[in-house]
Design a protein around this ligand. Structure first.
Ligand code: PEP
Length: 251
């Protein structure tokens, strides 16, 4: 796809008000519109920091987002945060179905799909994560697993599937320092693209991000694959210099 790459930081449960301010200051100092003209950039932060971070990013080209959302619009759901609340704090994106939520919080593919729908209903762009475990890859189940995860979203969203972002994050590559090779990632991305286009022709435009130990030294090769439209960046998004260098690897 000949469009800008999308580079999204996932801060996970890291940060403090002081360290966030330093990190954002470092990212903004890089003047990304000039130094990384081929990347759209966003950071997905813990809920409690959305207000601070959105304020710091106001009038900049860096967008912000959340890392999860309730599948419900409102009501007696203690501890949940709705899409309209996230939207009210200036977020544009929300990650849904990150493997850490699927495994530690037993989120099903249907729940992830319902979260994506709730996000879209409030004008947020869901970043839907899919990916296989090492055991699943070794059992040649990769395509089966990611197809099942994506199918729930396709069936739930209908034509709105064209409005999402999909992130392929092999579980064995997240936070492990093991990156999928550009060829491994490209193969899964091409498979996902076929599923999306078969679901709806407009879904050809869905950005497909790769996530899993993306670093400044491997970003360029990953981003140069034909079906890799950007990255979802965990650990390296916590260091301004690394995150900036990854955005600058988009060409
Ligand atoms: C992630 O959490 O989405 C991720 C890809 O993490 P890391 O870059 O640290 O592997």
């Amino acid at each position: 796809m000949a469009m800008k790459k999308l580079v999204v930081g996932n801060w996970k449960m890291h940060g403090s008000r002081a360290s966030n301010a330093e990190l954002i200051k470092g990212v903004l100092a890089a003047d990304l519109p000039k130094s990384a003209p081929h990347a759209d950039v966003a950071v997905c932060v813990p809920f409690v920091y959305l207000s601070d971070v959105a304020e710091m990013l106001r009038h900049t080209t860096v967008a912000c987002g959340a890392q999860d959302v309730s599948s419900r619009a409102q009501g007696a759901y203690t501890g949940e945060v709705s899409a309209s609340m996230i939207r009210e704090f200036g977020a544009r994106y929300v990650i849904v179905g990150h493997s850490e939520r699927r495994s530690y919080h037993a989120e099903s593919s249907q729940l992830v799909a319902d979260k994506a729908k709730a996000a879209l209903a409030e004008g947020l762009t869901p970043i839907v994560c899919v990916g296989e475990t090492l055991a699943e890859r070794e059992a040649n189940q990769t395509e089966f697993v990611v197809a099942e995860q994506l199918k729930a979203v396709i069936d739930t969203l209908g034509a709105q599937i064209a409005e999402v972002v999909v992130a392929y994050e092999p579980v064995w590559a997240i936070g492990t320092g093991k990156t999928a090779t550009p060829e491994q990632a490209q193969a899964v991305h091409a498979f996902l693209r076929v599923q999306l286009v078969a679901a709806h022709p407009d879904a050809a435009r869905v950005p497909l991000l790769y996530g899993g130990s993306v670093k400044p030294d491997n970003a360029r090769e990953l981003f140069s694959q034909p079906d890799i439209d950007g990255g979802l960046i965990g650990g390296a998004s916590l260091k301004a210099a690394d995150f900036v260098a990854i955005a600058q690897a988009a060409v």
